[in-house]
Design a protein around this ligand. Structure first.
Ligand code: UD1
Length: 431
């Protein structure tokens, strides 16, 4: 089983190139299969969830050609099956986008109930409510969500909860429905806007993405396009906080600074220097972070996917900090591991972490509980005194491209170790 062997203590210094956004790419792949024409997509991240999604598409007859590491060609002209139920799809969240895409294109779809990180119960009631409002009959049977209709008609839908997934899924279906759909109380995340931009580049008529209200005038069909995915806001934020935690100096390149405003604001608040240019941001930390309070919120609030990374920084701050998780129920599973590295954190009521800053982390053997919690624990290990061994890195590989080698490029002492012998060799090498 692969692990990361880490020796902490080096401030991270240098430039790092940020990959394309996984959470934009997944729905854009499903959207690409909504046209019979050929679609080219650039800046796709080379991470495991992407491979799972593309394999699922191949299994139902979509032609998928990886032209290069970050560019793919997709043709959905010969889809022979609208049931998507591969084992891989059970494990990722993005597979549910086939429901909206195929409900729009074929007026029916069957998709295995989605998985994803275990960060609390992750309902899909708002997706189903949206599909039903468009005239679909939806049932859950034998572990599959089955949606079908004779005719998909535009509707006025008010989302009871701000949901990235539901906003995108209903937008996908409504793109090929008859007439006008208005979705209110939408998610405003950059990847929602990116999916709308992609669909519009294929001939859809979507207005208002990035605001609370999205208006979609249905079109009869979509055509091919050549599209470039936005940079990954969360990968960028993770490296920005890695600079803060290791007292480093890191420039994230190929980013859209506007998408990172809530992250930048918190870094300034905890005492980092932040310099922005057109497509890069430099974060410099010369001292321990200052304490603060943070509450995760839908965009443009502080992202839940950055909650573990900021907690790792605040656990080294002077004074008491409070982190409140308001999106998911079970997103502090990494805290037990952080406590084993010396942090002083108490989680109350499942959604609030009360953090008393300590001076340092000490290296330990730790297990990764989920994608973002895992990345945060690696950052803690990079700041810690001594060695750490990080298990279950498969979660991190789901969403971070070349994580260890990008960190090495910033001066981190980290290696992928397959066996305990490899860990011993690493220890001898780095002393
Ligand atoms: C997406 C991201 C995930 C990120 C999250 C919030 C992907 C593949 N994943 O997840 O990384 O953490 O957005 O930014 O893009 N909810 C319901 N009913 C629904 C839908 C959602 O109750 O029908 C609840 C969820 O349980 C959660 C909250 O709404 O508590 C937000 O979920 P949502 O925005 O849908 O997250 P995902 O799309 O699953």
């Amino acid at each position: 089983m692969e692990q990361y062997a880490i020796k902490g203590g080096n401030p991270l210094v240098g430039d790092v190139e940020i990959a394309g956004a996984k959470n934009a790419a997944l729905p854009i792949f499903a959207a690409a299969a909504m046209t019979d024409e050929t679609v080219y997509i650039d800046n796709i991240p080379d991470v495991r969830d992407i491979d799972v999604m593309l394999d699922a598409m191949r299994s139902i007859g979509v032609v998928v050609k990886r032209i290069s590491r970050h560019r793919v060609m997709i043709n959905g002209g010969n889809i022979h099956n609208v049931t998507v139920e591969s084992d891989g799809c059970k494990k990722i969240r993005g597979s549910y986008y086939f429901l909206g895409a195929f409900l729009g294109k074929y007026k029916g779809a069957e998709v295995v109930l989605p998985g994803g990180c275990d960060i609390g119960s992750r309902g899909i009631d708002q997706h189903l409510k949206g599909f039903r409002a468009l005239g679909a009959e939806v049932i859950i049977e034998h572990g599959l969500v089955k949606a079908r209709t004779k005719c998909l008609r535009g509707s006025h839908i008010y989302m009871d909860k701000v949901s990235v997934g539901a906003t995108i899924n209903v937008m996908l279906a409504a793109t090929l429905a008859e007439g006008m759909t208005i979705i209110e109380n939408c998610a405003k995340e950059p990847h929602v806007v990116d999916v709308a931009s992609f669909l519009n580049s294929c001939g859809a008529n979507i207005k208002g993405a990035g605001t609370d209200v999205i208006r979609i005038r249905g079109v009869a069909r979509l055509h091919g396009t050549d599209y470039t995915i936005i940079p990954d806001q969360i990968e960028a934020g993770t490296f920005m906080f890695a600079a803060a935690v290791t007292k480093g100096d890191v420039t994230v390149k190929n980013v859209i600074p506007k998408h990172l405003e809530s992250i930048t604001a918190k870094l300034l608040e905890i005492g980092c220097e932040v310099e922005e240019a057109d497509d890069c941001i430099r974060v410099v930390a010369t001292k321990a972070p200052m304490h603060t309070q943070v509450r995760t919120l839908p965009y443009p609030g502080f992202p839940t996917d950055m909650q573990p990374q900021i907690t790792v920084a605040l656990a080294l701050a002077g004074g008491t900090s409070i982190v409140t998780e308001s999106i998911f129920e079970n997103r502090f599973r990494y805290v037990d591991e952080l406590v084993r590295m010396g942090a002083d954190i108490k989680v109350e009521g499942g959604d609030t972490a009360i953090i008393t800053g300590v001076e340092k982390y000490t290296g330990a053997s730790i297990s990764v509980p989920d994608l973002r919690g895992g990345a945060a624990l690696v950052i803690a290990a990079l700041a810690a005194e001594g060695f750490s061994v990080v298990d279950d890195i498969k979660y991190i590989e789901r969403g971070y491209e070349d994580f260890p080698s990008k960190l090495q490029g910033l001066g981190a002492q980290i290696e992928v170790a397959e066996t305990d012998k490899d860990v011993q060799k690493f220890k001898l090498k780095v002393g």
